[in-house]
Design a protein around this ligand. Structure first.
Ligand SMILES: [Zn+2]
Ligand SMILES: [Zn+2]
Length: 416
């Protein structure tokens, strides 16, 4: 299936002209075989993969490109960080004119960062439907210990071969399902912020994402059975989430409080380092977020909510979580200006009912848990090695990792 990119481009009711930089997306059995034709004008392609994805797709990609240079990284301790970038970039020759990312999220982020640095383009070959970042224009990296979103490039083409990614380990697919389900709270946060501060929002992006979410929710059971059509739907929804980020120019449509929790845990400041995939952390973040938002919604409905005047950044608490070093400075810098400063308590008070309506539209916890269970995914803190009592502190600390308004951030102004 060739994805019709015109659905995402052009003028819109949000009054913006949406731009998509990716030239073509193929989601089908055998998509990888299109590689030689698409890259026929390039002289020196190179494939970046790890040892696992080399056998799944990298080897075939190299063969299709006449035995091109293959950068095969060791999957052990491989993260999208300055070390992976140095290692992969060091193995590339100067004359490489296009890259092929054959792998999942880490390989993609590493490749897209190197491609941007070298001002060349890359082709995405996802080997698992494990994250939504394949067509992202930014790279989610850990740079010297700090989780950062760095400027990068989107792929020129995506060749999502269902013959390859439907055979990925189920744990990776489950992580993709969970990364996708995280869009429920991400979109709710975006809508709430638009209501509270008048932040820009695009209804078209929201409804495109919601439709794709529904489709995947309906066919999640078929994933466990290995049904290629269900895998293609999941991949489409994940890619669409990436396109939504391209349309808007940032990760707002794909990342809210549930991702902030995941980023916080990745920083390992209030918890030990976790051995879990991005989507697994998002899943635990999503359910913590749903529970917390559910409490706020009940308090709104019962009129048991009080708006507190905002007292500014709680620097003692931030120091207690992030320490006194450069991480503390980074967090303060990230939170300047403080997104809560522009919210007046009176204004917020008048918006509570509308916030409640947005929260009413969130799916039931049991429904989402059913989907996660159907793909043998994780959803409880202990599933990823977090102590249950870390959660309360996490909910307080996570909003500080990004300068982005979420209901979790707004909750610092409410008592319930
Ligand atoms: Zn729009
Ligand atoms: Zn994500």
């Amino acid at each position: 299936m060739l994805v019709d990119l015109n659905k995402f481009k052009g003028g819109c009711s949000c009054l913006r002209e949406h731009e998509i930089s990716v030239k073509g997306i193929f989601i089908e059995d055998g998509a990888l075989e299109r590689l030689p034709e698409l890259l026929k004008d390039f002289k020196k392609p190179a494939v970046i993969c790890d040892e696992n994805t080399y056998s799944a797709a990298g080897k075939r990609a190299c063969a299709l490109l006449g035995g091109c240079l293959a950068v095969v990284l060791s999957p052990e301790n491989l993260h999208a960080d300055e070390k992976a970038v140095a290692k992969a970039a060091g193995m590339l020759t100067d004359d490489v004119d296009i890259l092929v990312a054959a792998g999942s999220g880490t390989i993609h982020d590493t490749t897209r960062y190197i491609a941007a640095e070298r001002r060349i383009s890359f082709v995405s070959v996802p080997t698992a439907a494990s994250v939504d970042g394949f067509v992202s224009t930014v790279a989610a990296m850990t740079w010297h210990g700090f989780k950062k979103t760095l400027p990068a490039v989107a792929p020129e083409y995506v060749l999502a071969d269902s013959g390859i990614f439907s055979k990925a380990p189920m744990r990776l697919t489950a992580a993709g399902v969970c990364d996708l389900l995280g869009k429920y709270t991400a979109l709710a946060d975006w809508k709430i912020s638009a209501v509270v501060t008048g932040e820009y929002i695009c209804e078209r992006v929201c409804s495109l994402e919601e439709k794709a979410l529904e489709e995947v929710s309906k066919c999640s059971a078929s994933l466990a059975a290995g049904d290629k059509a269900a895998y293609e739907k999941l991949m489409y929804a994940l890619i669409l989430s990436g396109l939504a980020m391209q349309m808007v120019g940032n990760s707002r449509p794909a990342s809210g409080a549930e991702h902030h929790l995941s980023h916080l845990w990745e920083m390992a400041v209030i918890n030990p380092p976790l051995d879990a995939y991005h989507g697994e952390k998002v899943s635990v973040g999503l359910f913590a977020c749903l529970e917390f938002y559910g409490k706020i919604n009940r308090a709104i409905k019962d009129h048991k909510i009080e708006i507190k005047p905002y007292g500014g950044l709680d620097k003692d608490f931030i120091r207690g979580c992030f320490g006194n070093g450069s991480l503390y400075d980074d967090i303060i810098k990230e939170n300047t200006p403080d997104p809560l400063e522009k919210i007046s308590p009176d204004d917020l008070s008048g918006k509570l009912e509308e916030i409640g309506k947005i929260l009413d539209a969130l799916p039931e916890v049991s429904e989402l848990q059913g989907i996660v269970k159907s793909v043998s995914g994780v959803f409880l803190p202990e599933h990823i090695g977090l102590c249950g009592d870390t959660m309360e502190k996490s909910i307080k600390a996570a909003p500080y990792v990004r300068n982005r308004l979420t209901l979790m951030r707004i909750s610092k102004m409410i008592k319930f």
